[in-house]
Design a binder for this molecule. Structure first.
Ligand code: 5GP
Length: 125
């Protein structure tokens, strides 16, 4: 079955409180916390609380309320950590990996919010 969800992934454990995290933002359907291996001065992971494996799974299966909450939360975090132009910041990059070719490591949908310094070219070969 496509998009089978493994509830033993690290982010599922964080959501259940089995692995510690330091949330910077939480809403009804969304949680955000710093990446354990930051790639930029600001590197926040934003995840839905529901069991979705990747972006396409989330868009196909999550309710409109969950989707609206998630994308609004990403924008709120960008403002809260000061990288959004509305907060006087100089912008940010969103990355989401989906599946094997993307090199997705944690099979729970997440957006990397990167900023606080120039992000450089989009991809490498
Ligand atoms: P992916 O490659 O799946 O797009 O990104 C997974 C991200 O999760 C990586 O950037 C990695 O550093 C981060 N990560 C893995 N394990 C943990 C953890 O236990 N806590 C936190 N905060 N981040 C983690």
């Amino acid at each position: 079955m496509p998009y089978a969800y493994d509830d033993q992934n690290i982010f599922a454990k964080i959501l259940r409180g089995e692995i510690p995290s330091t949330p910077v933002f939480e809403s009804e359907h969304t949680l955000a916390f710093p990446d354990i291996t930051p790639q930029k001065k600001a590197h926040i992971l934003v995840i839905p609380k529901g069991p979705y494996r990747c972006f396409d799974h989330f868009v196909l299966a999550a309710s409109p309320a969950e989707q609206l909450d998630f994308f609004a939360s990403v924008a709120k975090v960008a403002e809260q950590i000061g990288v959004a132009e509305s907060a006087g910041g100089q912008g940010f990059r969103l990355i989401t990996n989906s599946g094997e070719h993307s090199h997705q490591e944690v099979p729970h949908f997440h957006v990397h919010l990167l900023g606080g310094e120039p992000c450089g070219p989009l991809t490498c070969k």
